[in-house]
Design a protein around this ligand. Structure first.
Ligand code: COS
Length: 379
């Protein structure tokens, strides 16, 4: 494996880093406090190519690959994790449409995702009664002479209220994984309503809603891929999505470590700076080491995906380790701040809240362990 980044990867990383520092970091705390969706910021990110990093140029992407995507995600997350999750799901939806969609579906939606005309795109798999056990989903789609009629509710949908298109899963056949299909659902589909915005602990500037379908009418060409083969589309998308969430957690943890290092340099106790106490040094050293380990796991998974070789196990390992480590790191960095960490004036308070969900969404840590163990035992 080559540890040197290519010129393209460096360029994407630097572009994301500059944008994050200049345009995202200054407003992150206010957007969090006001739960304000970053419309203007997302539009600029699309102009920079950040909404289609691993998408072919033909559809408006920059075709820079998965490693570049992971690096950009780390930079954006370091400044504003809410914007980062919106970017992650949007890139994921664009990629799935490119991978599984017909030429017409790609032409219809992907350029509007990559150029920012759609503020975001969404991934609607989870339901009120099923998250981890995705193959038991209940929403249903019935074929009619005009297309499809969709009924059911999708829960915790990132950007659901603003997405130009949502990839949405529904049952079209038998119980279990082999009776599920994927659909492309455009905003303003008749019969689709958007539920109230969730009042979340963290990622408060991202939009999380339910999508309710009551005899929602979809055109015949809304089916993505083959009928009853949608579960594999979801699993393939989540394998890639897990690289994105792992990168997001790593970016948040890097921001927490930056804050803790600065605080440890300035704050004095018992006649010396915090950084001169061995107890604090060990916390910083463990955090920096875990961060690097997380980065290496992520870049390995990204590299494998980019080479188009199997990467399910490596993506789950990266997500499991990076998100658990990020929560440990945020916890330590919070502890270093003492009482000041607990007040909103200090960014660490937001970082701890934003980090928490990363061990839960796009597959909990427990699901990652299940995926890793199954593949291990299967040999
Ligand atoms: N890539 C491609 N296909 C996959 C796959 C993957 N990573 N994982 C599973 N599949 C296929 C299997 O090969 C199987 O197909 P065949 O029967 O034709 O062989 C089918 O999908 C069903 O797989 P499996 O039997 O493993 O399904 P389970 O119901 O046991 O579910 C888990 C597997 C738990 C891994 C899956 O439900 C999951 O990932 N859950 C978490 C969902 C999630 O992350 N939700 C968050 C949503 S976004 S916030």
């Amino acid at each position: 494996m080559d540890f040197e980044l290519s010129e393209t990867q460096k360029l994407i990383q630097q572009t994301a880093r500059d944008f994050a520092a200049k345009e995202l970091a200054p407003g992150a705390s206010a957007r969090d406090a006001e739960s304000r969706f970053p419309f203007a910021e997302l539009k600029k990110m699309a102009e920079l190519g950040l909404m289609g990093i691993n998408v072919p140029e033909k559809f408006g992407g920059v075709e820079a690959g998965v490693v570049a995507y992971a690096l950009a995600m780390m930079e954006i997350s370091r400044a504003c994790a809410s914007t980062a999750v919106t970017m992650a799901v949007t890139n994921m939806a664009a990629e799935i449409i490119c991978y599984f969609g017909s030429e017409e579906q790609k032409q219809t939606h992907v350029p509007l995702i990559t150029n920012g005309e759609y503020p975001a795109a969404a991934f609607a798999l989870t339901e009120p009664q099923c998250g981890s056990d995705a193959s038991s989903l209940q929403a249903s789609a019935r074929r009619t002479d005009r297309g499809w009629v969709l009924n059911g509710t999708k829960q915790f949908i990132t950007s659901g209220a603003h997405a130009g298109v949502s990839v949405c899963w529904a049952r079209t056949g038998e119980a279990g994984a082999h009776g599920i299909s994927a659909f492309l659902v455009s905003k303003d589909t008749p019969g689709m309503t958007v539920g109230p915005k969730e009042d979340k602990m963290g990622l408060r500037a991202s939009n999380t809603v339910s999508l309710i379908f009551e005899d929602a009418e979809l055109p015949a060409d809304a089916l993505l891929g083959e009928e009853n083969h949608g579960f594999k589309i979801a699993m393939t998308a989540l394998d890639g999505g897990r690289i994105g969430v792992a990168s997001q957690a790593t970016g948040i943890a890097q921001a927490a470590l930056d804050e803790a290092v600065n605080y440890a340099r300035d704050r004095k106790s018992f006649g010396k700076t915090l950084g001169e106490h061995q107890a604090i040094q060990w916390m910083l050293a463990d955090s920096a080491t875990e961060l690097d380990a997380a980065r290496l796991l992520i870049l390995r998974a990204a590299h494998l995906k980019q080479k188009k070789t199997a990467f399910t196990r490596e993506a789950s390992m990266a997500k499991l380790y990076a998100t658990e480590a990020a929560n440990r790191i945020c916890g330590r960095c919070f502890q270093i701040h003492g009482g000041y960490g607990y007040i909103k004036e200090y960014p660490i308070e937001r970082l701890v809240r934003d980090c928490r969900v990363t061990t839960i969404y796009e597959g909990t840590s427990e699901i990652q362990r299940l995926v890793i163990a199954r593949l291990l035992l299967r040999g």
